[in-house]
Write a protein that binds this ligand. Structure first.
Ligand code: SF4
Ligand code: MSK
Length: 626
């Protein structure tokens, strides 16, 4: 008798593959999560500290145990330092991803990156103008070289504040300056956070958290924004297009290559290689019908957004795709790649390859990709995947894929509206669309896979709230079928009418985790068109199943930009009621938005709807009492 897996995931492919994993005696993330229970209460509350080796220390919030660490730090200081370091790690991850793209842009400019090219020259010129790079009389390569240099400087400390902050509404920029959180350099804020949280530096929890806000903004309006923009320049700005999602996108009779991670630099070269007619002929000679490229997590989202590459699954599906026995090669770059994957793959024929100089994994071969060798290495690896096709054992692909539409960059959304955000604003003013919500972030075994995303999204669209999503949330909603034009039938009457008129689904896929910045840019465009700040808009954000430090940073830059944000899992802050109160109430007086924490997506939907209706009331629009 197999176990019942409907408690782990709402997805059919997930439940069926968990049964397969059990039969194959493959340990998954859920097994390891169960083995970790009960989690350490001190760590859950943020009350353990291992910053120095006078400790480790922990604070006893209830009993007769210590109320201070060896150095004298109390609960507020310890929780704030831990949260600060979490934000720093998240900002560092996304922003370093951005730096890698800036470096590729520079290599392309100097002709040292065969296979890469500048795909969106118009965006290159727009960005150059924003960064003060003159474009007249220069070739795209010259502009790219100069832009790459200027963007690199954003990472250091030469500027008073980051260039792209000026994309925010003027009121927001002024607020950031007034409270001293306008970031000065991308790396600088992360580095300063690590300094401030060293023993004996910043021991004022409010001051630490304000720097946390500045650090998160350095990512949202700095490193992540650069990552998205440079990816668009190099690989094309996304346009709406069809794709398919879930494990059913793997093909029994084709060579399956899956890309995983976040940075599109490697996967774009793989995409190019799998289209090479010579390699396709080679695959056919080995008995396959062709070569099938699919993605998981955000590298998958990058390819889905720009090229309609199918998506096999989100974070908690990454081990399960291997249990199909159908993956001939999985290539990983960095972030959100479980170190268990090599062990899972070893139970099947799957070849696992890591590609980044900064991310290595047990049980994987390492083949380092650099801009100068990426095109050639991609061909090499696709050949190896073809060779591996013949080594397959049993293949089990238990579901059919779900159709979906992706590719909603700000440019394509505004384009669909006729070149201005006005029609969207008119629909909001008329109450046909009550407001908009950004649903973002991961899966986390603390929450049944996809349940948080899908339930929350369903409740919002049926109440006429347009949903935009990114990351693993976007994949969850695509698997649930919310990203087909027909999904408009699930929407309330007003949203349904607008979707019908524009031919769009009620849930718009805006990309990967770094692409959360597209939501910031869209919110700024709406606020500017209305002549208000982002915090005045009838919008809200949510991360119903978040797990990662990057998601914590995203949450902070959303709130600091004026977006009320509901988290599913509780961050490790409950050891300090001062900090809980600041983040859930006090921040309203500082940045005009707060966090809420609500693991039940039904209740989270109510919180978001109530917030949106309150903002409508303040703008003098029709509103509902919720
Ligand atoms: Fe303990 Fe203070 Fe060292 Fe943290 S910094 S481990 S609280 S002594
Ligand atoms: S991949 S950060 S699990 S969204 Fe971007 Fe998914 Fe979260 Fe990673």
């Amino acid at each position: 008798m197999g176990r019942e897996f409907s408690m782990n995931t709402i997805t059919e492919d997930g439940q069926l593959l968990l049964k397969k994993a059990e039969r194959d005696q493959v340990e998954t993330v859920w097994d390891r999560y169960a083995a970790q229970q009960p989690n350490c209460g001190y760590c859950e509350m943020g009350l353990s500290c291992r910053i120095c080796i006078m400790g480790p220390c922990r604070i006893d919030p209830f009993g007769d145990g210590p109320r201070r660490g060896v150095c004298g730090a109390d609960a507020d200081i310890i929780v704030a330092r831990n949260l600060g370091r979490m934000i720093a790690a998240g900002a560092a991850s996304h922003s370093d991803h951005g730096r890698d793209l800036v470096e590729v842009l520079g290599e392309v400019a100097h002709g040292r990156a065969p296979g890469y090219q500048i795909r969106d020259v118009e965006k290159l010129k727009r960005l150059a103008a924003e960064f003060g790079v003159a474009v007249d009389g220069k070739s795209p390569e010259q502009i790219a070289g100069e832009l790459s240099n200027v963007m690199s400087e954003e990472y250091g400390t030469r500027r008073k504040e980051l260039t792209l902050l000026k994309r925010a509404p003027v009121k927001r920029q002024e607020l950031w300056r007034k409270i001293g959180v306008a970031p000065r350099g991308i790396d600088r804020e992360t580095s300063e956070m690590m300094h401030r949280t060293h023993m004996g530096v910043d021991n004022d929890w409010v001051s630490l958290l304000l720097h946390g806000v500045r650090n998160a903004l350095s990512d949202g309006w700095g490193g992540s924004m650069i990552a998205t923009e440079v990816s668009d320049i190099l690989f094309g700005t996304p346009k709406p297009g069809a794709n398919a999602v879930n494990v059913g996108v793997l093909k029994k009779d084709e060579v399956n290559i899956v890309v995983h991670g976040h940075n599109p630099v490697v996967s774009e070269m793989i995409l190019r290689a799998v289209q090479d007619p010579e390699l396709v002929t080679m695959a056919r000679a080995k008995g396959a019908k062709g070569i099938n490229l699919a993605g998981v997590c955000c590298t998958g989202n990058e390819l889905l957004m720009r090229a309609g590459v199918p998506m096999a699954g989100n974070h908690l599906t990454t081990e399960l795709v291997l249990t199909t026995g159908a993956v001939d090669l999985m290539l990983v770059d960095y972030q959100c790649i479980m170190p268990s994957l090599g062990t899972v793959a070893a139970c099947y024929h799957t070849k696992m390859v890591s590609t980044s100089d900064k991310a290595r994994f047990p049980g994987m071969e390492h083949r380092e990709f650099h801009p100068d060798n990426a095109a050639a290495k991609a061909v090499e690896l696709v050949k190896e995947a073809i060779e591996n096709f013949g080594r397959r054992g049993e293949v089990y692909i238990p579901v059919e894929p779900v159709a979906s539409v992706g590719g909603f960059s700000v440019e394509s959304i505004v384009g669909a509206l006729g070149g201005t955000p006005e029609p969207l604003l008119d629909a909001i003013k008329a109450g046909k669309i009550r407001g908009a919500a950004g649903i973002v972030g991961c899966n986390n075994p603390r929450i049944k896979q996809d349940y948080g995303h899908v339930t929350l999204t369903r409740r919002l669209i049926e109440n006429d709230i347009l949903v935009v999503d990114t990351g693993c949330a976007a994949v969850a909603n695509a698997k649930a079928g919310f990203k087909q034009a027909e999904a408009a039938r699930l929407a309330g009457p007003g949203l349904k009418e607008i979707c019908g008129a524009l031919g769009i689904p009620p849930v718009l896929h805006m990309g990967s985790c770094v692409d959360n910045v597209r939501i910031l840019v869209l919110a700024s465009a709406l606020a500017n068109a209305l002549g208000v700040d982002i915090s005045d808009l009838p919008i809200a954000g949510a991360a119903p199943e978040w797990y990662s430090e990057k998601a914590a940073t995203i949450g902070v830059y959303f709130v600091a930009s004026g977006v009320y944000t509901v988290l599913g899992p509780m961050p490790p802050i409950t050891g300090s009621m001062n900090i809980v109160k600041l983040l859930t109430e006090g921040l309203n007086d500082v940045v005009g938005a707060t966090f809420a924490v609500e693991p039940d997506p039904e209740k989270a939907a109510l919180l978001m709807r109530r917030h949106i209706e309150q903002k409508r009331a303040r703008l003098g629009l029709t509103h509902l009492e919720i």
